[in-house]
Design a protein. Sequence first.
Length: 222
Amino acid sequence: MGILPMPPYTETQITTVLLIFQVAVTFLISVRAFYLYPKTRNPLLFIVGMSMGMITFVGIVGIVGDNYNATVFAGHFTTKWFRYLAQIVSYTFIFLSSVRTSERYLRNVRIWQWIFTVLLLATLAAIPFIPQIQITDPAIDASISSLRAVVTFVIFLNYVVIFMGKESRFSFLMGLAFLLIAFGIAITTPQYFEKSMVLYLYVGDSVRTLGLITLLIAFYAG
């Protein structure tokens, strides 16, 4: 009796598996950051925990949207722009938390992070009630997505500067993590212009996942 061939997996199924893995890793990063925060009272840990928690949440929104939009929501609205915006905002606050270390500055960053988090959640809740803008130009799609790569690459550069001053393992791992995340997002860009180039999406998501794993290692071993 021969071995039955494995059924071909769809693009949605493969990206969903990668996204589930990313959600699991970002959730662990958030939990670790919030676990360390009461012990150190370092506002940076709180900010990272909040940011990774939001990225975890939008990852779950992405899984639901990619797999159930066609049947449950019937294509009436999309959460793609919310997911991009939430990631850009979350990574921006991680960058801001790494710029300066004064307690007053980080406290202000944390206050603004709370404000933007509330606004993001309000935006998500309002999506079913606002007109949906359909953007067909792949250049606009790719540009908005690439803003995530720009922000994470800037975080990488900032941690390079920090590492040159402190030469700590944590700053090295943080820099490496955000370099991988930035490259992972950038690698997916060709797929916006040519949907058949789905391999770029798989490779890019895999590299981004590796970056998130490195970020997790930084919070456990850094």
